[in-house]
Design a protein around this ligand. Sequence first.
Ligand code: ARG
Length: 583
Amino acid sequence: MARTLIPTDALAAVVHKTVTGLLGADYADVDPQVRRSAHADLQADLAMSLARRLKQAPRAIAQRIADAIPTGAASDLVDAVEVAGPGFLNVKLKDEWLADAAMAAARDERLGVAVAATPERIVLDYSHPNVAKEMHVGHLRSTVIGDALARLLEWRGHTVIRQNHIGDWGTPFGMLIEHLIDLGDEQAGRELAMGELGLFYKAARRKFDEDPAFADRARKRVVALQGGDAPTLERWRVLVDLSVRYFESVYERLGITLRREDLCGESSYNDRLAPLARESSESGYAKRSEGALCVFPAGFKNKEGQPLPLILQKSDGGFGYASTDLAAIRYRLMELHATRILYVVGAPQAQHLSMVFTVAQEVGWLAPPARAEHVAFGSVLGTDKRMYRSRSGDTVRLVDLLDEAVDRAAAAVAEKSPELDAASRAEVARILAMGSIKYADLSNDRVKDYVFDLDRMVSFEGNSAGYLQYAYVRTKSIARKAGASSPPGAIRVQEVAERSLTMELLSFGAAVRSVEETLEPHRLAHYLYALALAFTAFWDACPVLRSDVPADVRASRLALVELTGRTLARGLALLGIEVPERM
Ligand code: ARG
């Protein structure tokens, strides 16, 4: 694309040029600080920081810049500039520029959003539930957030390598395999396929705690598993496979893009653990501490001020979570050649991951431009503001949660759209339910805890999936009513509501880019909500199909409606949320 269609970018370029023209090339590093404004179309806030650098009054500098920015007939972008408050530059853009940019976006399959200038290889570690354990709501968060990031980063032109780092190894597998053998494949298969993973795990645990003979078998089984005993490995594979099938059924229902080939669980690093321990000990980087082989990344101390270890190899020769994560980060950097690694993992693992990253830097695997980032998220709370649990106090089965969401959505759709036939109603309910669950998660600042409340999630009002999906459906129904005889045409920006809608439409690329940088999907969610609100205001103020609307005005408004529909659908798709065609 030759020129940017994003108003903030276009103005930033003009301000930058003006400032370097006034002050010289020394000021080429100045950030114009352009943003949307409540008082104008845009504002540029650079005068305040420039003032400190030039030791002059901010308002005086702001005025100098304002006078130097080409406006009116001298500019195709800026209509007028005004200095306000302590030195803000309030900018009104030209209607024609907005209209032309919106036209260009409408003609572009990518809606005017460019692909990233430097495409990266991004390893994305997300979802990663644990075999034979319930996939709890925390895993739901990682899955939903991770998948949205995967979609968005791919759309921006990056190569995204999904890694589903499932918990498929470790000492609990001794008791799990013994329990599997006791139950028989058929019964175990039934329990695991039903998503009764919590029950399966708990039953194994209970036997382990209460039955010494079982505990003994379980311990021997761990040794056999680690020793590569073929029949044991065979049982282990059955167990993993049954769980993975359950995970996949959840992915399928939620529309998650993870595939079999993205599985790269803890067990896949088994062969790399001993060599890693050996190398680290030979190089002197790892040290023995109380029998265990440990590394001590700089800057991590416990409460007593002692260096904190990451355990590479336990004193009994076994390997744990930390060894696996070190092998994994090495693999991701040295073999997958990642330039950016993202770990979508709950906030409680912050220190562990930060230690893993530091080790990777200290040994030289992780070096700029490559970087690793913890995409942390808060806990899921119930409406009582405590950890999310079912009424009986158990962790809630994910499948039950999805079923309940569908039930509520079905009731909501039956009330709102009784005219739809039963099959369409069921389909819309499914789209609304899954969209609502995802949107509730994604529209919250991810590092904060969030309250899981199906009553509020499944809604057509406020900042919800239903409201956005409904706005999309409205754009489609307007287009249908307009019909082929009245096609969209050249966009013109005249009314206030047309102007606000156009500003929102052209800000889509900035919202996408901000998620790419901050890894905060709620920025896109909030953008889409603002767009839907602007569309509602436009629809209230600017008649489209009314018979007294002149043909050219109608064609322009239909083009805005269509662009709105495509932007909503694309934005929701980047979040992993579907839209129905009718609702
Ligand atoms: N399976 C782990 C859990 O449920 C999360 C794994 C996160 N990824 C990683 N590379 N450590 O807590």
